[in-house]
Design a protein around this ligand. Sequence first.
Ligand SMILES: Nc1nc2c(ncn2[C@@H]2O[C@H](COP(=O)(O)OP(=O)(O)OP(=O)(O)O)[C@@H](O)[C@H]2O)c(=O)[nH]1
Ligand SMILES: [Mg+2]
Length: 432
Amino acid sequence: MHTIPQENKPRETALLVGVRWPDTPSYLVDEHLDELALLADTAGADVIGQVIQARQRADAATFIGRGKAESLVRQAAEMDYDLIIFDEELSPSQQKNLQQLAGENIKVIDRSGLILHIFARNARTREAKTQVELAQLQYLLPRLSGQWTHLERQKGGIGTRGGPGETQIEVDRRITRAKIRRLQSDLRRIAAEHRTQTSRRGSAYQIALVGYTNAGKSTLMNALSDSDVFVEDRLFATLDTTTRRLQLGEHQALISDTVGFIRKLPHDLVASFRTTLSEVREADLIIKVLDAGNPQVEEHYRTINEVLADMNVADQAELVVLNKIDAIGDTNSIDRLQRIFPSSIMISARQRLRIDTLERAIVEKIIESHVTEELRLPLKESKIISEIYDCLKVEESIYEDNSVMLRVSGPHSMVRQFRHRLENLDKQLRSQ
Ligand SMILES: Nc1nc2c(ncn2[C@@H]2O[C@H](COP(=O)(O)OP(=O)(O)OP(=O)(O)O)[C@@H](O)[C@H]2O)c(=O)[nH]1
Ligand SMILES: [Mg+2]
């Protein structure tokens, strides 16, 4: 059983700040702030108020303009808020200036800082912790100066680096850089271990579940593979990749559930989660899981594609799954979704609805990826011959004097693996 340690710290109170640009419709600003509120809640803050500021463009020094920033800070001080959270990315100098205005009792953070904090809180394994710490330090590095660092030393909580690094807050740039290098080399080692572990999986057909955070990836993983991956109604419940074997009739595959995506996911995080996300890069099939009930579902789909592009994932086979269909009451919404995502499969992972339809679609993708080839090998290689019979479909076998020709079909990667083995065998025989 998974248990999430409860932090006994009192919850902090937060004021959210969104900006409406000339071309942003106001419903979108509201929806983005709703998501920010969810992030703040996940991070352990109670959102007490929110402010939306219309602007033509960002102010270089304070993002929202000095006058507005001052009135924000007054409002926050009057109400005794602990945090001011910007939905936008603040540059290091904007953050520093705003923090100077806010003084010592109110922390100013941006969306990236908040996401990093949640990742740090939810990281459980050594790998996840290392990856998050690296991303945090990379985020912190350009922000290490004056007041901000000073504040860091004084306070814990959201927006400061908690956990194992707390005693190290007198990080100057030199120490931080050295630490970044060390974490990077730790991650290289972890990645190498990871490769050794996953190479054992050899040529199995690999499926990766990807999607916006809270879309139901882990629930779907459990529904497909009868496992008990941790599921919770909060953002970034999953940070580590879990892989399970999937048996679909006569077909086998490996399926991986991994960390969710979000709008404006800090680039440093994507970069340092490379190892965790390697299952996605190496997948034969990507299943994009969407929360059909979320009004932002189209934006979520775009975000997924952007993050995948950021990871250099391209041209894998894919399926689009609209999850949580049980939560949609009216047929109009369903029709609309069907028009937007014409080839999607509508399911409910939690209610186990239409999981069989998805399974059939997966099998079709597996079969589409199959190739047919002829393999010729000496009869005395009975071990390999029996492995071939186990792993591939043998359509035809023609026996000759000392050899056999097998016409096989199966997953491209599997057939290729046998072909390579036979080529090596051939080389060995010839060199003898
Ligand atoms: N109504 C409904 N809720 C669902 C369905 N599938 C998942 N959920 C709920 O959605 C929430 C998130 O589910 P998870 O499976 O943890 O989502 P996830 O995509 O793994 O999320 P992260 O790991 O946090 O990124 C949980 O409260 C689930 O019970 C569904 O089909 N219908
Ligand atoms: Mg999950």
